[in-house]
Design a protein around this ligand. Structure first.
Ligand code: ADE
Ligand code: ZN
Length: 334
């Protein structure tokens, strides 16, 4: 079996995917038109040309502008359903998607409009493709903790539909410590916790996410390698890193995919996973991330299989389902 055949065949879980980041230019155009919302682009080609980023913030500015055409439940349904079709093509059998409630509620779109659209699409995705899913709502870290508390309270009627809370948006200057109290409260409500840390921010932010927010996974975490003690901890405790190679490349976290530390961390024993982050903006969904990373780093078939198995280990699936998928991965090369 060659690399491409293996990547296509392996069942995979996606654990780091912003649903707003799966908004393809074609769909953006269509929804902007039907909602009569002006966007500053004349064509799909013009949108694609604007996707030239030099850091996280230069991306976020465009990403929030794109999300502004989403107004109705049907829009969130269409967005989510389109992503699930990509999952099906890539053999992503389980996905834990992020959404950013504040990006929408701050524009006057109700929390329930957003979550109901996403939920209905996920239910249809399970019926039609057998894809299981969880929803994680992220607090925008460039906003205040008080605003995050407001979002937390708004989420309570939908508590059973949301497995956990996350932390995203502009990292540097907005450390996890800023959100300690709201994460404590979220945990009292029964939410799981994850956080973006160590994408552009220093290893100290990863320490804070672990020690102050008690997160179960670190999103990105590629700067962990700069800190030996931190590496010891994440290896010993099997704290998963949800790494997004094409995102790191497009946001200039790495200059070249060949420089990516994913394989080095995997070989040191870290529970590394591969994910697409914002695939409509960064040039590829799950399998494209696997293919380009495997090629750039000369990953062996066993390395690739291990990353797929890690994705289930790191998921919020029940143990029984985790074991089933891990076993299926194991049997593929044996
Ligand atoms: N929101 C969407 N994608 C993100 C990323 N890669 N980092 C932080 N916030 C995000
Ligand atoms: Zn992300």
């Amino acid at each position: 079996m060659n690399t491409l055949e293996l990547i296509k065949k392996l069942p995979k879980a996606e654990l780091h995917l912003h649903i707003e980041g799966s908004f393809e230019p074609e769909l953006m155009f269509e929804i902007a038109k039907r909602n009569s919302v002006e966007i500053p682009y004349k064509s799909v080609e013009e949108i694609k040309k604007a996707y030239n980023f030099h850091n996280l913030q230069s991306f976020l500015d465009i990403y929030y502008a794109g999300a502004s055409v989403l107004l109705y439940e049907q829009d969130f349904y269409d967005l989510t359903y389109a992503y699930l079709k990509k999952c099906h093509e890539d053999r992503v059998v389980h996905t834990e998607i992020f959404f950013d409630p504040q990006t929408h509620t701050d524009r006057g779109v109700d929390f329930e409009v957003v979550i109901n659209g996403i939920k209905k699409a996920l239910a249809d995705g399970e019926k039609e493709f057998g894809i299981t899913s969880h929803i994680i709502m992220c607090f925008l870290r460039h906003l205040s903790e008080e605003e995050a508390f407001k979002t937390l309270e708004e989420s309570l009627p939908f508590k059973d539909d949301i497995i956990g809370v996350g932390l995203d948006s502009s990292e540097v200057g907005h450390p996890p410590s800023k959100f300690k109290k709201v994460f404590e409260k979220a945990k009292e409500y029964g939410y799981q916790a994850v956080a973006h840390a160590g994408e552009e921010g220093p290893p100290e932010y990863i320490w804070e996410a672990l020690n102050l927010l008690a997160v179960k996974r670190i999103d990105h975490g590629v700067r962990s390698l700069e800190d030996d003690k931190l590496m010891d901890l994440i290896i010993k405790e099997r704290i998963p890193l949800t790494v997004c190679p094409l995102s790191n490349l497009k946001l200039c976290v790495v200059k070249d995919l060949k420089d990516h530390n994913l394989l080095e961390m995997l070989h040191q024993g870290v529970c590394v996973t591969i994910n697409s982050d914002d695939p409509a903006y960064f040039g590829g969904y799950m399998n494209q991330n696997f293919i380009e990373t495997a090629e750039a780093l000369s990953m062996s078939l066993e390395d690739i299989k291990k990353v797929a198995m890690n994705s289930f280990e790191a998921s919020f699936l029940k143990d029984e389902l985790k074991d089933k998928w891990i076993k299926e991965c194991q049997e593929i090369l044996s």
